[in-house]
Design a protein around this ligand. Sequence first.
Ligand SMILES: [Cu+2]
Length: 167
Amino acid sequence: MIPSLLTRDHPSVDSHPRPTARGLPWLPVLSGALLVGLACGGSGEADGGDAEDSGPSVSITSPVNGARLQGGTFLLTMEVSGVSIVPAGTMEEGTGHHHLVIDGPLPNEGAPIPPTTDVVIHLGQAQTEFEITGLGPGRHTIIAVVGDGMHIPLSPWVADTVTVLVQ
Ligand SMILES: [Cu+2]
């Protein structure tokens, strides 16, 4: 009886390769998933390129999100894609100028960004960098928003946010 059970077991053991064999057709699916994963990873690295495809974008290139900064004075730099940075007052499709909001809310949609204060800064001469000074220790959020010649945020939004920790 026992040997026969064993023999009966063998077919079931033999059946194990079947799932493996069934598994084989999954391999292309798996490699497909891997390719998708790689493609996603690739597109993540080529963020700028994707952004161009999906419309204008701005990114704060320094300091990076999550940066720990020694002291509250530092140079903030930005890069854009799909939009030209021009002086304020220029009303041309596909152009705008940078604005920074330091520890403040995102400006209202469709309305001019309020005049420069401690919180809001217009880079109306087409600057792409700005020295931020005097931030106290702690966490600070900086928003970059591209607005048109009349200081109205581009629609759809061309904005980026970083949070930094001043030590
Ligand atoms: Cu402005």
